[in-house]
Design a protein around this ligand. Sequence first.
Ligand code: G
Ligand code: G
Ligand code: MN
Ligand code: NA
Length: 256
Amino acid sequence: VEFELDLRSAVAEHSLEVHHQAIVSLRTGAPRGVEALLRWNHPLHGSISPVRFIPVLEETGLIVDVGRWVLDTALADLRRWRERGLVGAGFVLSVNVSPRQLLDPFFADTVGELLQAHRVEGASLMLEITESSVLHQDQRTLDLLHRLRALGVGLAVDDFGTGYSALSYLRSFPVTRVKIDRSFVSGVGRSVGDEAVLRAVVAVSDALELAVTAEGVETEEQREVLERLGVAHGQGWWWHRAQSAEETARFLAAWE
Ligand code: G
Ligand code: G
Ligand code: MN
Ligand code: NA
């Protein structure tokens, strides 16, 4: 309960921050976009992982307002990077969306309004949704996803491969990209089984004509194996750790 109160004041006082982690060309390391990641710097407990506080935001419904604020803040960051000539038109901002936000009847309107307010085209935004939030789908979720696609917004299935995947569900959803969960990437060079699963996940994505990003790339060996498997985009500490917008601007400037 105390935690929840702290979180409410964090929201009120804006002590939450949006950081960014680069998403790069797996071959060259050139930035292709960023993923916005929420951070909470607690006055007493220091940096608290979103893994701990996002469930609380979800249970309390605060995630609807916080999610809107994340989108607003991240789009403002993208606009500033563009104005400084740090990123081109093809650079894509990815933002995580929780299942609770997808139930908000105004979600698509909010996305459309924010894109317009920041003068960013829908195609420059990617929303990351978890496998579970598309699995527990209904007609309303499906309609929402189609409305987002009509805005030009891309849809990525996050943590791909970790959920209960009937896989066939991917065909009936208008998703454009999958993000291979880092648990599969970490097995490269260590586990023959993990590599086999990795290969299978890439094959499924190819068959369904979905673009692929590999997450959690930490070593050159992992990068190399993924490149050989035909994965185009990578994300991970090998290239960049999530940083503030200003620090990320310096990372981007080095590539400009
Ligand atoms: O680094 P990392 O600890 O940032 O993130 C942990 C988890 O929190 C990830 O599963 C990520 O998707 C989630 N997360 C981070 N930022 C956000 C956000 O703005 N909204 C939602 N819904 N989830 C987020
Ligand atoms: O669930 P989601 O994919 O949105 O979460 C991204 C999470 O992965 C964040 O917590 C982020 O900090 C973390 N992350 C990003 N790159 C790496 C990496 O190379 N290694 C590890 N272990 N975690 C990473
Ligand atoms: Mn994500
Ligand atoms: Na993920």
